[in-house]
Design a binder for this molecule. Structure first.
Ligand SMILES: Nc1ncnc2c1ncn2[C@@H]1O[C@H](COP(=O)(O)OP(=O)(O)O)[C@@H](O)[C@H]1O
Ligand SMILES: [Mg+2]
Length: 366
């Protein structure tokens, strides 16, 4: 069997972990197996606390790092077992980890992902690459987005200028020009699902707005929308990256002020904020031919409809171009692990603002 790579992605939505087992021997990567495992409730509760910094001790953080590493290791074992894949078939695992805090513009800048990679290596007997983002930050970059190089590898077309739009907790784009000599652009547009999810959890007791049904029933509040779009992040020039450290319920409460509002209308308005910050990001680019979408946000039918209305170019999911939208990011981390194992860079200085392309991550031997 050809050597395979495993990619693990757990993004700012805090929904769980996506695992992709990928073969890279042909021209296009082939997804051999995929598994999504939601976070067990106790893990989720503590991850949320850690992200919100609600009096989180070093001891609690150390234990959470270990528990998360064990959880990742167990999920990898399950996904290999279901496909009868053995550790010797896998060259390496690329584990993004769970971001606890991303602060690329502080002094000094830093980003922190947890999920002890030593424990993943120990449990699986496979080398693990982790801690990708900190190397880019050390090289003067934003540490994000890291997926554009993979997007280029898979989706660059000689006939179309293509935008790859990922809608996770945060939304980010990669701009791939048909002329390969043109540099790739990429940045975080702003919130993806994170504000909608947080509002749904607080007011509707649901993890997210399934298919966007609640948002569709509400009315967009133009004044609230304009106020939110006034956040300086949206006008900031790229390279730029952001996270729930900025776009969270506290931020939203400051926008809402004291007025009583219909919860559904606020949700519609948050959905519109996501659609508008994305469409504005794409509108500032020239000569774009098509937009391909991936990430959990593709399941939000109402959001996808709004994007179709607001964006001039055709908006489709990545599925039409060979990769199911749910697995692009996890596959990207399998590819980034391969890059590191082969001594090749994974970041793009034109995207992150790093002073040079660097080999990302640390290698944790089997
Ligand atoms: N059926 C659905 N309807 C609406 N939104 C969905 C659905 N399924 C997933 N999502 C959204 O996708 C998010 C997960 O997307 P994901 O790409 O995993 O983000 P991240 O990379 O931040 O973890 C969920 O939190 C939710 O907001
Ligand atoms: Mg996710």
């Amino acid at each position: 069997m050809k050597k395979l790579y495993i990619g693990l992605m757990s993004g700012t939505s805090l929904d769980g972990v996506d695992i992709a087992i990928v073969e890279f021997s042909s021209k296009k990567p082939v997804l051999i197996s995929s598994l999504y495992q939601p976070y067990p409730i106790e893990l989720l509760t503590d991850l949320k606390k850690a992200c919100q910094q609600a009096r989180f001790s070093f001891e609690a953080l150390g234990k959470l790092d270990a528990r998360l590493g064990d959880f990742y290791g167990q999920c990898i074992q399950e996904s290999m077992h279901s496909q009868h894949i053995k550790p010797k078939d896998i060259a390496a695992i690329g584990s993004h980890g769970q971001t606890i805090h991303h602060s690329p513009d502080s002094f000094p800048p830093f980003t922190l992902q947890i999920g002890d990679a030593h424990r993943i290596a120990d449990k699986t007997g496979i080398p693990v690459i982790a801690d990708f983002r900190r190397r880019d930050i050390a090289a003067g970059g934003q540490g994000a987005p890291l997926v554009p190089a993979f997007h280029q590898f898979v989706f660059q077309s000689s006939s179309d200028n293509t935008v790859i739009l990922n809608i996770g907790g945060i939304s980010n784009i990669s701009v791939l020009h048909k002329a390969p000599s043109e540099t790739v652009i990429g940045f975080d547009c702003g919130p993806g699902n994170t504000l909608m999810d947080q509002w749904c959890q607080q007011h509707f007791d649901k993890p997210y707005d399934s298919y966007g049904q609640l948002a569709e029933e509400g009315t967009i509040d133009a004044q609230l929308l304009n106020s939110m779009l006034g956040d300086p992040y949206f006008k900031q020039k790229y390279p730029k990256s952001t996270g729930p450290e900025r776009f969270n319920l506290k931020w939203l409460e400051a926008q809402l002020g004291r007025d009583q509002r219909c919860k559904r209308d606020v949700l519609s308005t948050l959905c519109e904020l996501t659609a508008q910050c994305i469409s504005q990001s794409i509108r500032q680019l020239s000569n774009i031919d098509k937009v391909l979408v991936c990430g959990g946000g593709t399941h939000n039918k109402y959001l996808m409809g709004r994007l179709n209305n607001l964006i001039d170019q055709p908006v489709e999911t990545t599925e039409k171009y060979g990769i199911h939208p749910d697995w692009v990011e996890a596959m990207a981390f399998a590819w980034l692990a391969k890059q590191t194992m082969e001594g090749k860079p994974g970041n793009m200085p034109s995207v992150t603002g790093a002073k040079k392309a660097v080999i990302l991550g640390s290698i944790y031997p089997a």
